[in-house]
Design a protein around this ligand. Structure first.
Ligand code: ADP
Ligand code: MG
Length: 575
């Protein structure tokens, strides 16, 4: 007998399920897409224990007949396409007939559904791919899919699930992505009975306001542009509102939420030189192309697509963004009286005060911080390395310090150098001293960040941050670690905290210490691009050589390169 065997259906289904259903958020994604395809205008997602215990998606869509409900979780059972040619023109989110079969292969699933035409509804129950029964049931128009004990029969996969807060964060991402993509549909997300996100059917900007808060929504510019190949609509942020990661960028092609580096680059292109280094704009961009232009069948989870004319489509995106940015004056609107949505329900809160401008670190801040480092540096008696003879000659492009050494030339990356100096200071200064802020900084966090925040507060407080929770899910920073001094730039504080949160769940004490130290050092360090006086540059170089590890920044990048006399001679072919 040969070695090759054709696997039985149950095994095939469990394998296939792994491509589509990796974690609770994949279930949520598939069920939401089914509700959207069913024409629902209201979708409610209820999860228990980050979806590990239960996921329920309730919609008011078209529902299924008894006959359809009974076959809906068979493999490749779909109402959306009839043959391969239809894939070319598919407008629905689903089309492979894979989701319900994959989900029910690895969980206990119950579907209760009713069409408008039928008088009573249907309940179908499937456990681990096995149909347990189809019965008549009282039901409202629409569909409820309840998924319990995900991966109960595939323990290996269950083991790979992450902590509740991480899994919940993935779910929030999925719901957010869909709510922004289908802003004409209402979404509600509940976790363990608590409402985490609600986004009523509305205009896109209003949906952004609900999800991202007022600070973000206010800084948005509308995008509308059509080329021969694509139509682009949506919103992008003014260059004054940026984030340290790509988290707040959502892209859609024909209403499908997709990940695309190419589009993210195109977005950046549209900003030209308007963005600070390492900062990313907030954007929701909806791209519409002929269905023939896009192959949606290249990835099991369908969040990547292949575009026949990617270059041209990306050019259109860049153009659209450029036009959006050129239409408004881009001078930061320094609005001292802005109040956040978060304040509205907390009139007695001490936070109802002005929070400053919220814009980029000003030169004054930068200088203040540099001076602080200088001061701290002078106090630092433990000289780590004998200071080499270095004579600062000047600065190039407000970023590189050029210096002469005993035997050649040295180029120092000012930002990296400052990061190293600041990092060791923060690290050595201990964790508990804190400095009260004159005006508490209100943190506008995304839903995902809020969840992680609760977990991180004790660790951040250990470190000298003081964070108060007021109202539902609203946080304010009332004190910062001493080493940050009177740092009151709300954006910087926001960045430090979101940097820390963006790495997900806190694993252990040393991990968080390292993370906080790096983030403070990086964000607090002199930004690339700042002009400094020559005495400031000299002082920085001197402090750098006093650090324990002057040659790399805390992220491992070099702080300096040097050329000795022979190397210079070689460059000029003198030797
Ligand atoms: P696909 O979405 O690719 O067609 P699924 O396995 O996700 O495959 O769903 C199978 C079929 O079940 C769908 O084609 C649809 O007819 C029906 N269905 C699933 N969910 C719903 C829902 N929420 N409302 C109405 N019909 C649904
Ligand atoms: Mg589907």
């Amino acid at each position: 007998m040969g070695k090759i065997r054709v696997l039985d259906d149950a095994t095939i289904n469990k394998i296939a399920a792994g491509e589509v259903i990796e974690r609770p958020s994949s279930v949520v994604k598939e069920l939401i897409e089914n509700s959207i395809d069913a024409g629902a205008s209201d979708i409610r997602i209820e999860v228990t224990k980050a979806g590990k215990k239960q996921i329920r998606v309730i919609d008011n869509g078209c529902g299924m007949s008894k006959e359809d409900a009974a076959v809906s979780f068979l493999k490749h059972a779909t109402s959306k396409i009839k043959n391969i040619d239809d894939i070319e023109n598919v407008r629905t989110m689903g089309f492979r007939g894979e989701a319900l079969s994959s989900i029910s292969a690895v969980a206990r699933v119950e579907i209760i559904t009713k069409t408008k035409e039928e008088l009573s509804g249907t309940k179908a129950v499937v456990h681990g791919g096995k149909l347990m029964g189809v019965t008549e049931a009282g039901a409202a128009d629409g569909t409820i899919v309840a998924v319990e004990e995900l991966f109960y029969n595939t323990p290996a996969r269950k083991k790979y699930l992450k902590s509740d807060s991480t899994e919940l964060a993935h779910i929030i991402d999925v719901v957010t992505g869909n709510a922004l993509g289908h802003n004409n549909v209402s979404f509600t997300l509940l976790h363990n009975g608590n409402e985490i996100l609600r986004s009523p059917s509305s205009q896109l900007l209003d949906t952004m306001l609900h999800i991202y808060g007022q600070e973000v929504a206010r800084a948005m510019l509308p995008v509308y542009f059509e080329s021969g190949i694509a139509k682009i609509t949506g919103f992008v942020s003014k260059p004054t509102l940026t984030r340290g990661s790509l988290d707040l960028q959502s892209f859609y092609i024909n209403d499908r939420n997709i990940n695309s580096r190419a589009i993210s680059f195109a977005l950046r292109d549209g900003y030209g030189t308007l963005l600070p280094k390492g900062r990313f704009p907030v954007a929701v961009l909806k791209i519409y192309v002929d269905t023939g232009e896009v192959d949606v069948n290249v990835h099991p989870t369908k969040n990547q697509v292949r575009l026949s004319h990617e270059r041209e489509i990306c050019d259109t995106v860049a153009q659209a963004v450029k036009i959006a940015l050129s239409q408004k004056t881009l001078i930061p609107d320094v609005n001292l009286h802005k109040q956040s949505l978060l304040y509205e329900n907390a009139p007695d809160s001490p936070m109802v005060r002005e929070t400053g401008t919220g814009f980029k670190v000003s030169m004054k801040d930068t200088e203040r911080r540099l001076m602080r480092t200088e001061r701290a540096g002078k106090d630092d008696r433990k000289s780590k390395l004998p200071m080499p003879e270095v004579k600062v000659l000047g600065q190039v492009d407000s970023l590189y310090i050029i210096a002469e050494t005993k035997d050649g030339l040295m180029i120092i990356d000012q930002h990296a150098a400052h990061e190293r100096v600041f990092y060791e200071q923060v690290r050595d200064s201990g964790r508990s001293d804190s400095q009260e802020l004159i005006v508490p900084v209100n943190l506008e966090l995304e839903p995902k960040e809020k969840v992680l925040m609760k977990e991180c507060i004790p660790h951040l407080e250990d470190f000298g941050f003081r964070i108060s929770e007021f109202g539902p899910d609203a946080f304010a920073v009332t004190a910062v670690p001493n080493v940050l001094g009177r740092l009151e730039d709300p954006e910087l504080i926001h960045d430090i905290i979101t940097d820390i949160l963006s790495e997900g769940k806190v694993k252990d004490e040393t991990g968080i210490f390292e993370r906080v130290t790096k983030s403070i050092a990086c964000r607090g360090a002199l930004k690339a691009g700042a002009d400094c006086s020559s005495s400031q540059l000299e002082s920085l170089v001197e402090q750098l050589f006093r650090t324990e590890n002057p040659y790399t920044c805390p992220h491992g990048r070099p702080t300096m390169v040097s050329f000795n006399r022979q190397e210079l001679d070689k460059l000029f072919r003198r030797s």
